[in-house]
Design a protein around this ligand. Structure first.
Ligand code: ZN
Length: 466
């Protein structure tokens, strides 16, 4: 039996993760991500899929982030009928994220129609909420470290990746006529010292390894960031202002809630109300209680005082009216809202009201890519355009680095060092070219690995005649 692979995304970029594997006529797609960011990448979402979706037998998801799952509605619309296998928390997160992505796609199409900037007379969304709905019956949940047979000769095992709730490292075992081979997909790897999630599992053996390389070229210290956060909140409080934290709904919001609760318990920040103003963040936070085996918050979720997601200072605002009421608060509050990059969502009306006030603070807790509103604010632009209006930026603008959900260079190398024997091939995926190449260099020099940086649409013969 021959085993072949093809990179349909996530090669030379951090977006559009998709890898096609073919073994004995069985086609498996590992991750089915949407391309995001630069226009050249986004246009790939509109191309026809490089292989007929109806001919793919199965999709395996490492985790729920849109750059790993967001192409599923279009994939199903174009004829895919197989199972989509993922962990239980990933299954729940995928539902939340895909519906939200469908809504965004519909809104963008409507906006394009209104502004007339689309070359189509009636711009259509890439997929709708209805298309997202059609993905859900195909989702099939598995647990960590439980062997699942995909067919007579391929089996799957998922391990904790520590990146977001339910994120997994996938191991595929392919049994040929003469031998057995193991393929390891790291997915996105988390940190070794995360306050909520467990560290990535060690995988001792693999013949072919696909390693993410988002931070292949940088280290990311996370030692004192809670103290930094505390100082900013204290100063804002002393000035009589409100601290506004733009945050991603999945993972980051929960991490911020964990730190804020701990800082309040230790008396390092005042006992003021914390508002979570994002329906998606509220839905996602609710999942942690349902999946206690996927994180280490443990019994703290059972008790109101010690629960970082349910204590007396914490308020969840789901409806629009409640959200708007926060604009009248002048001080003594922390507001967390999405999106994390200030590209859309409720954070916009908060920024509209907070940016002109010099007593308030905006604290960014995630990387702000070029071209986003968040990046412009962080770069010190004095005016920010929101709802078509130029808003003066007078509030304190801050950035806390190190809260990433991705392993940094040191942690990626540490994960690779845990392999007992050298893999035959190692592919560096999910990284900008420079990050992947840097990590490949380290793996070659330090571990003597055969590390390869693949290109978009490149094919590989992984094994012949196994
Ligand atoms: Zn991810």
């Amino acid at each position: 039996m021959d085993v072949k692979g093809k990179f349909l995304g996530g090669a030379g970029t951090v977006t559009g993760s998709r890898f096609l594997l073919e073994a004995g006529g069985f086609k498996v797609l590992v991750d089915c991500g949407l391309f995001q960011g630069l226009k050249d990448y986004r246009l790939r979402n509109w191309d026809s899929f490089p292989t007929d979706p109806a001919e793919v037998d199965m999709v395996l998801l490492t985790h729920a982030h849109i750059d790993h799952s967001g192409y599923l509605p279009k994939f199903v619309k174009e004829g895919f009928k197989g199972q989509i296998i993922c962990t239980e928390p990933t299954l729940e997160l995928v539902k939340i994220l895909l519906l939200d992505a469908g809504k965004l796609q519909e809104e963008e199409a409507k906006f394009a129609a209104k502004k007339g900037y689309s070359k189509h007379t009636k711009p259509l969304p890439l997929f709708s909420q209805e298309d997202a709905d059609k993905v859900f019956p195909l989702l099939q949940a598995i647990s960590f470290e439980e062997e699942v047979k995909l067919n007579d000769y391929i089996s799957l095992m998922a391990y904790n990746a520590g990146h977001i709730l339910g994120a997994s490292i996938l191991k595929l075992k392919i049994k040929g006529e003469h031998q057995e081979k193991k393929l390891i997909f790291s997915g996105d790897l988390g940190r070794y010292r995360d306050p909520i999630l467990n560290p990535p599992a060690n995988i001792p053996f693999g013949d072919v390894v696909f390693v993410e390389s988002t931070y292949g070229d940088r280290t990311n210290e996370s030692e004192n960031l809670d103290k930094e956060l505390a100082k900013l909140i204290r100063t804002t409080y002393q000035n009589g202002g409100v601290s506004l934290i733009p945050s991603f709904a999945v993972g980051r919001t929960q991490m911020i809630l964990f730190y804020l609760h701990r800082l309040q318990e230790k008396g390092l920040i005042p006992d003021i109300p914390i508002y979570v103003d994002s329906p998606m963040a509220i839905d996602v936070t609710g999942l942690y209680k349902n999946f206690p085996h996927y994180h280490h918050l443990g019994p703290s979720l059972e008790d109101q005082e010690s629960n970082p997601f349910l204590h007396k200072n914490l308020h969840y605002y789901r409806d629009q009216e409640a959200s708007m009421s926060l604009n009248h608060i002048r001080g003594d509050a922390i507001i967390i809202s999405a999106s994390g990059m200030a590209t859309g969502g409720r954070i916009l009306h908060h920024l509209y009201h907070r940016l002109p006030n010099e007593n308030d603070s905006v604290i960014f807790v995630g990387y702000q890519p070029e071209g986003t509103r968040g990046r412009k604010i962080l770069d010190g632009e004095k005016v920010c355009r929101i709802y078509g209006i130029d808003v003066p930026v007078k509030a304190g603008i801050h950035f806390i680095d190190g809260l990433s959900a991705h392993a940094d260079q040191t942690e990626l190398v540490r994960w690779c060092e845990n392999f007992i024997s050298k893999p035959k091939f190692t592919f560096l995926v999910h990284g900008e070219k420079q990050a992947s190449e840097k990590l490949a260099g380290i793996l070659k020099d330090k571990l003597g690995w055969n590390a390869i940086c693949p290109h978009y649409l490149e094919s590989f013969e992984l094994f012949t005649g196994i």
